[in-house]
Design a protein around this ligand. Structure first.
Ligand SMILES: Nc1ncnc2c1ncn2[C@@H]1O[C@H](COP(=O)(O)OP(=O)(O)OP(=O)(O)O)[C@@H](O)[C@H]1O
Ligand SMILES: Nc1nc(=O)c2ncn([C@H]3C[C@H](O)[C@@H](CO)O3)c2[nH]1
Length: 207
């Protein structure tokens, strides 16, 4: 392992990333880097008109995540200390390849690589996979008003994009271990035993 433990949780919208990342960070007493949602000025506009707002939204996410890595992740790893994150920076590319088109997609892809290629990458990604029905149920239960506008087709496409992306990532970043979790059947919230099993599996990866 080239740096202190850097553990990321990934998965499609509503899979339970923030929930699991928070539990892991608390269990180990590590700081948590969390996605910015409430202060995002473009999310509601994006869900109302994706074609019109996707570039602004993707750039906002990219700049914010870059800043979080710069401010919170890099100094911490440089000090030899572990950290948990509820995303991997690669998710910018997963979403942008789906939401952007033509010249804007090419420009975004270029900027993405310039900004992120030399950033530290997680040692482990806990990848929560879940079916469309389960994701829809969790998104509805959480009740963010702007997500009412999200189409089922978009979410289904993201489920597939995530599977493809995780296979690509396994090739691009062979030092990162990807731990898939079946979010439909493994309820790490209600069942402490299931959470403990995840903790044990992650520990194995960062020893
Ligand atoms: N294993 C679980 N069982 C039941 N409910 C869960 C589980 N995991 C998460 N939830 C609930 O599902 C909702 C979505 O979870 P969470 O916000 O952690 O997802 P997320 O993947 O971080 O979402 P986003 O992609 O939007 O950032 C929340 O209301 C959370 O309490
Ligand atoms: N288009 C797009 N690009 C991203 O990088 C991205 N990251 C998260 N999201 C959406 C999912 C949830 O609704 C909400 C909170 O995660 O924001 C994104 N949407």
């Amino acid at each position: 392992m080239s740096h202190a433990p850097y553990i990321a949780v990934e998965g499609p919208i509503g899979a339970g990333k923030t929930t699991l990342a928070t539990m892991l960070a608390e269990a180990w007493g590590y700081p948590l880097v969390k996605e910015i949602v409430e202060e995002n000025p473009f999310l509601d506009k994006f869900y109302q008109d994706m074609d019109d707002w996707s570039f602004q939204l993707e750039m906002f996410f990219l700049c914010n995540r870059y800043k979080q890595l710069e401010d919170a992740v890099i100094p911490r790893l440089a000090a030899g200390q572990a950290i948990v994150s509820d995303y991997h920076i690669y998710k910018n590319l997963i979403f942008s390849e789906r939401t952007l088109k033509g010249v804007k997609r090419d420009k975004y892809r270029h900027i993405y690589h310039v900004l992120t290629d030399d950033l530290p990458k997680p040692n482990v990604i806990v990848y929560i996979r879940a079916s469309l029905d389960v994701l829809l149920e969790r998104i509805a239960k959480r009740g963010r008003p702007f997500e009412d506008e999200m189409s089922t087709a978009y979410l289904q496409q993201l489920i597939e994009d995530y599977d493809t992306a995780m296979s690509q990532l396994a090739e691009r970043e062979p030092d990162t271990i990807i731990l898939p979790i079946d979010g439909d059947s493994v309820d790490f919230v209600a069942d402490r035993g299931e959470f403990d099993k995840i903790v044990a599996r992650v520990k194995e990866c960062i020893r």
